[in-house]
Design a protein around this ligand. Structure first.
Ligand code: ATP
Ligand code: MG
Length: 333
């Protein structure tokens, strides 16, 4: 696997990898008879980008929900910087964990800047009365929040759209705005649930750089993605969930080459152009079929010419011999 980035190593000055930021132990989440997450242990250390992958329905988002207080795990414990997390999402955010959602959750009728300001509320001390009375403390806090929000918009490249309604942003920019809003709570750990879903390759590449830059700001990252190239380029460690259980955890090479992962999830080893091999096989089979059909036609014409029969059978209705060139192709699809 080629690594296209030069920024995988942490920038000087970032925390030394090693301190455990997130420590999830034995996390199990049951919904009635369904065990969506089963006995999962996962740690994220400072300075790290950790990937969480697995097939659809493997329990990745449910695990995130257990980490962020949206769900209270049926069993297990989640610690952030050595403290057991409170089972309420706003308290988890206040403790230092921020997240983005698989389905974008922005306030569509609010501006880009306002959406980021919403993300800051856990970091502002001004309460309801202060907001209603609009005293000097409120104005000072508000000015500071706006300044920080603008800095974050600058950082993700949306400062020039600060006054646009968020619903008018293209999809890729909405995903970036969600990241800015998450960063507004000044987290120590950022959880990203499919940050590049629906993005084109250029946007995906830019998101990769953005995540490295966030890591370089001293924020640990746990990211769910289906885009294997993106995950393998980005992550120091990757954990694989299958049917709610952690199948394996390791660096990109270990995970990619694990037979169980290939069988359970990847289907085939990563190649520069996954799918190209299959396309080539289908094209070869089609070419062989066409060639065989042409040969049959020629044979029939020759036979008709020499024997005087019509030769109307066996040329179009019989299966072309060339079809056998791709046995089981139907099953492959
Ligand atoms: N609130 C819920 N109530 C009942 N079942 C749920 C709930 N949330 C998730 N599930 C089930 O738990 C399982 C795991 O779902 P989850 O959304 O965590 O998977 P995922 O790995 O994030 O999948 P995807 O890659 O498609 O996003 C699924 O079978 C899902 O239907
Ligand atoms: Mg999910």
């Amino acid at each position: 696997m080629t690594t296209h980035t030069t920024t995988k190593d942490a920038a000087p000055g970032t925390p030394t990898p090693g301190d455990t930021v997130l420590d999830a132990r034995g996390v199990t989440m049951r919904f009635g008879g369904l065990t969506a997450v089963r006995d999962v242990d996962l740690t994220v250390n400072s300075g790290e980008i950790v990937g969480l992958i697995g097939p659809n329905g493997a329990g990745k988002t449910t695990f995130f929900n257990c980490l962020t207080g949206l769900y209270i795990p049926t069993e297990g414990e989640v610690r952030y910087k050595d403290r057991v997390l409170p089972p309420k999402s706003f308290k988890v955010t206040a403790a230092g964990i921020a997240r983005t959602f698989q389905n974008i959750r922005l306030f569509g009728n609010m501006t880009v800047l306002e959406n980021v300001l919403v993300g800051r509320h856990t970091r502002t001390k001004e309460g309801l009365w202060s907001a209603l009375l609009r005293g000097p403390g409120f104005h000072k806090a508000e000015a500071k929040s706006r300044e920080r929000a603008m800095e974050l918009l600058e950082f993700i490249g949306l400062a020039d759209k600060a006054e646009h309604l968020s619903r008018n942003l293209p999809y890729g920019e909405q995903r970036k705005l969600e990241i800015a809003r998450a960063l507004a709570s000044e987290p120590g750990l950022l959880l990203l649930d499919e940050p590049t879903a629906g993005m084109n390759p250029q946007e995906t590449r830019a998101t990769e750089e953005l995540i490295f830059a966030i890591r370089d700001m001293g924020i640990a990252i746990l990211v769910i993605e289906h885009d294997m190239r993106f995950i393998m380029n980005l992550c120091d460690r990757v954990a694989v969930l299958v049917q709610g259980q952690k199948l394996i955890e390791g660096d990109a090479a270990t995970v990619q080459n694990d037979e169980r992962v290939i069988a359970a999830y990847l289907g085939e080893p990563l190649a520069d152009d996954p799918g190209a091999e299959e396309v080539a096989e289908v094209e070869a089979a089609e070419a062989a079929a066409a060639e065989a059909a042409a040969a049959d036609t020629a044979d029939a014409e020759t036979t008709a010419g020499t024997t005087g029969t019509t030769g109307t059978t066996g040329t179009t209705t019989d299966p072309a011999p060339g079809k056998d060139a791709a046995p089981g192709k139907e099953n492959d699809r």
